[in-house]
Design a protein around this ligand. Sequence first.
Ligand SMILES: NC(=O)c1ccc[n+]([C@@H]2O[C@H](COP(=O)([O-])OP(=O)(O)OC[C@H]3O[C@@H](n4cnc5c(N)ncnc54)[C@H](O)[C@@H]3O)[C@@H](O)[C@H]2O)c1
Length: 418
Amino acid sequence: MRKVRLAVFGYGNRAKKYLTYLESHPGEIELAGIVDIDKGRLEEARQKYPSCGQIFYSSSDDFFSSADNVDAVIIGTPDDTHYGLCMKALEHGCHVLLEKPAAQTMSQCRDIMAESARQKAHVILCYVLRYHPLYACLKEILASAKYGDIVSINHIVNVGIDRTCHTFVRGPWGDSMTTNPMIVSKCCHDLDLIVWLTGQKAKRVSSFGSLKWFRAENAQQGSAGRCIDCGIENRCPFSAPDLYLRRKEWTGNFIVPQGSTLEEVLEKEMREGRYGRCVYHCDNDVVDHQVLSMVMDNDIVVTLSMDCFTMKDSRITDIKCVFGEITVQDNMIRARDFNTGEESVWDFSSVAGLPLHAGADLKIVEEFIGKVRASKETERTDKAAASGAPEISNSMESHRICFMAEESRLSGMTVSDI
Ligand SMILES: NC(=O)c1ccc[n+]([C@@H]2O[C@H](COP(=O)([O-])OP(=O)(O)OC[C@H]3O[C@@H](n4cnc5c(N)ncnc54)[C@H](O)[C@@H]3O)[C@@H](O)[C@H]2O)c1
């Protein structure tokens, strides 16, 4: 069978991870294009894939006007480009592995679902947690029915101070217009988990939250526009030099040009870049805390708390069932059976920290490529039998909930559809 001709839009952090699949499965995929608007990233791709010929493009238009017979694309570009690129890829008959969030409004999400069905093309959203061994195990435990029906779920997303400052205050995800409301960009994964674990849609959603702290009026006395000019930087828990220069956290995504060093890039960033700004003097408008409560179609009730002011960077899930309770925390699942009092423990601490979301990033590519190959096979033998792709509507429920939550947060009303 002919290899899957695959293109990648956005040669960044995420796409490079998905592309490592090629190394272990060279017989399945032929690279048909790498598209990135950043010259440095494109050059990096050229050096990584020197024998691939003229497959490097600086725009998706150039790519689509020259590349032939493309079966599938991976979209790993920033959030505000997902919708346009996904629609374009679908119109060109491609299957799509699409980074989350799929789009910036529910109406755009519906367009993607409709176009995917019209083209009979798969669109798989990169909900990698579904492929993570810990959550795959949790899904099996719930499916076994040992603990009975789920009654309620309490889920905490500890975003953490460092991630909040890097991503949602100084970084591009602080701007809800060019990315999304934070509940969408950060918690669509979590709400997808809840939809996937319960198999239910949301009936009603309420949400509260605001941008309480990272605003100009809270700037501390002695602070300055940039941390390097700040008189109280060494006492500030949100200091950029402390995060990047002293603790060396969150430095992996800075591009280091040839002939330069990471230290030089970071020094320059502290003086001129967005990541050297004081957290009270950024252009952020997304919330710094939000809670959501909802009731699902079968009356399961769910709460979710998105917490930025914590040093923890983790998820905690508490599931109450009629015959037992299950807690997921610190890479462990603990379940207590009400009938016997027995506690069962599943320990994932040895795998949870492994790269590529403990292999989940590659599993999702494997599933995607498998579906594309199966679809090509079906088309070859019986074109009319090529099936549509229901998986996208299933994953879009999380987006519907996130957009309903944002509507509720802004309006103060409980929302039952959007
Ligand atoms: N599934 C997950 O667990 C997960 C985790 C982190 C980020 N993400 C999502 O992945 C996406 C990419 O994030 P990232 O961290 O890889 O970003 P990144 O900045 O590392 O990479 C994005 C790349 O896209 C390029 N680009 C921008 N606009 C483009 C366009 N119109 N056409 C082609 N290339 C373009 C940029 O130059 C950059 O190289 C984001 O939407 C983010 O929300 C998902």
